[in-house]
Design a protein around this ligand. Structure first.
Ligand code: C2E
Ligand code: CA
Ligand code: CA
Length: 544
């Protein structure tokens, strides 16, 4: 057998022909007849057959000659490529055989097409990621300086949800058209995600910033989609080649810059800076440590008390993860939780937090409530319900005492699946609080769809009280919403008596913050509960 076509995937059609030393066809399979030789082939002279094929237009002029050359000279193991009239691509391998020469003629068109479809984005015709990476490698190899512009649309999800996926696709095509309109000779454009585009430009400096600016302006102009005027925008991350990093690094750098541009409300341009490079390095080191921390038992929980403002009655605690690193010291959850989410470690870590929190609360001398933060990614874990059931039964905690804090992000992922999980957990008797309310999409439809028990007003609204009119307006609106939907409202981050008075006067009844207590070590939290019990403060039951 020829070795030349051995690496091809199975399922491709191969014509096999055995030609004797005298130049006659000794054997051929049916594919050879279909593709090349015609029905009456056996025994005929091979050169006649090929000439015939050429005359009949089965192969392009000149092909017969090339085949005969390949078959005549000893080119065993070598392959040659032919293109047919209809564009199909053939790979030919020849190998010497005891009776002459064996020729294999394989139609690799399906294989090549499959490869091409990976190379290009089907919707916009722009390059796909693998092709982009190759282009960057080529530029890097040439030593040219280049810039990568990583562009992400703002508000695209909204359009997609509101007008439907077809309209979304339509819009993407139009965006792609506008981007293409700004490209110059030598630019490479790729679509790397649903609403993400990457542009590689062989240039440095000011010109690139100008193009970035033009791109954003162009996309900020209104689009017509299905007869509707649609306004979106884009944010952009920018990184330059530095000669030492690989193509994947350049993409990552530009993407990281984009992530920094996004939270500014969209429409911004951010350059990848040296500080970001340092931060990446720090993250990489942190990642190594984080992977070990679980095994080394470096995590613990702190419990921050929550109070009913009236009577300053303790109602429960929020469990907050703590990481004590032997060298770094205390690492903030604001730093390691996002990292754990990126690394897929949040599921086991979150499970540990949940089990530990339930266990701690079950040991308190009063049946107060315990709030546990659940990351959006934990909601995707198919075992989440089983994990909660198991944490409850292992600790013996009354499910009514457990409250899960989730952010809107958790609900966005996949509404139907999430809804099902939500309902199953509620059916256990466990309660839900909507965390960080006001910072995300704050779509009221979620509150209708998901039966929350509590809303936590984010600290950013509390921080500027009592001076902030907006803060007051938010608290008033949320309190009104809460009373009409039958939800309790808690404000977090309350640090001063003035803030406390303001939230209370505007309808918020519960509070959590440094004014009432910082997150406490487990023993201190338990001692606080014991003190409340000893003081004999009247309580009406376990749930706030
Ligand atoms: P969060 O859920 O919004 O938690 C409240 C954060 O505000 C806590 O920070 C808390 O210590 C802090 N805080 C409370 N009162 C005040 C105050 O009066 N003033 C100020 N300036 N801050 C206050 P922490 O413990 O650093 O946690 C940060 C975030 O990390 C949490 O925000 C939460 O998103 C995440 N996190 C913590 N523990 C867990 C966990 O077990 N699982 C998950 N998924 N996330 C967690
Ligand atoms: Ca929380
Ligand atoms: Ca919060």
């Amino acid at each position: 057998m020829a070795t030349g076509t051995n690496d091809l995937p199975p399922g491709l059609r191969t014509a096999v022909m055995l030609v004797t030393a005298e130049g006659r066809l000794a054997y051929c399979n049916s594919a050879a007849k279909d593709m090349l030789l015609g029905a009456q082939a056996h025994g005929a002279r091979f050169d006649d057959l090929l000439e015939n094929a050429e005359t009949l237009g089965r192969i392009l002029p000149g092909t017969a000659r090339r085949i005969l050359d390949a078959a005549a000279t000893d080119k065993a193991g070598e392959t040659e490529r032919f293109t047919l009239l209809d564009g199909r691509l053939i790979l030919m391998a020849t190998s010497p055989d005891a009776d002459g020469v064996l020729i294999e003629w394989t139609d690799v068109t399906p294989f090549v097409e499959a490869l091409r479809s990976q190379e290009r984005d089907g919707l916009t015709g722009m390059l796909a990621r693998p092709a982009l990476i190759r282009e960057i490698s080529a530029v890097a190899a040439s030593g040219e300086r280049a810039a990568l512009l990583y562009l992400n649309l703002d508000r695209f999800t909204g359009v997609n949800n509101m007008l439907g996926h077809l309209a979304g696709d339509n819009l993407l095509k139009k965006v792609a058209g506008r981007i293409a309109g700004l490209m110059a000779q030598g630019d490479v454009v790729a679509r790397t995600g649903s609403d993400e585009f990457v542009i590689l430009r062989r240039a440095g400096g000011e010109a690139v910033f100008d193009m970035a600016q033009s791109l954003l302006e162009m996309i900020a102009r209104p689009f017509m989609v299905e007869g509707q005027v649609v306004h979106i925008g884009a944010s952009l991350g920018l990184a330059f080649t530095d000669g030492s990093e690989g193509p994947e690094d350049l993409v990552r750098n530009a993407r990281l810059a984009l992530m920094k541009a996004k939270p500014e409300g969209g429409g911004g341009i951010q350059l990848f800076t040296d500080e970001m490079r340092d931060e990446l390095k720090r993250r990489r080191l942190l990642e190594i440590d984080l992977r070990q921390a679980m095994a080394l038992r470096e995590f613990s929980l702190a419990f921050q008390p929550q109070y009913e403002i009236e009577g300053r009655r303790l109602i429960g605690f929020e469990a907050l993860l703590r990481w004590q690193h032997p060298q770094r010291g205390a690492v903030s959850p604001a730093e390691f939780i996002p990292l754990a989410e990126d690394l897929g470690l949040i599921v086991p870590l979150g499970e540990w937090a949940l089990r530990s929190a339930c266990k701690a609360a079950a040991a308190w001398p009063l049946p107060l409530s315990i709030s546990v933060n659940i990351s959006p990614l934990q909601f995707r874990d198919p075992h989440i319900v089983a994990t909660i059931v198991s944490a409850l039964s292992a600790s013996g905690l009354d499910p009514m005492r457990l409250e899960l804090e989730v952010t809107e992000g958790a609900l966005l992922l996949n509404s139907d699946a999430v809804m099902l999980i939500f309902q199953e957990i509620k059916a256990l008797g466990v309660r839900f609080a909507l965390d960080d309310f006001g910072t995300g999409y704050s779509s009221l439809s979620y509150l209708q769809k998901f039966p929350f028990d509590k809303i936590k007003i984010d600290q950013s609204f509390v921080r500027n009280l009592p001076g902030s009119k907006d803060g007051i307006a938010i608290i008033r609106a949320v309190a009104a919403l809460g009373s009409s939907l039958g939800l309790s409202i808690i404000a977090e981050g309350v640090e001063t008596e003035e803030q406390l008075a303001t939230i209370y006067l505007n309808g918020c009844k519960q509070v959590q913050g440094y004014l009432f207590g910082r997150p406490l070590a487990p023993e201190a939290a338990e001692a606080l509960v014991a003190k409340v019990l000893a003081a004999g403060v009247p309580r009406e039951g376990g749930t706030p």
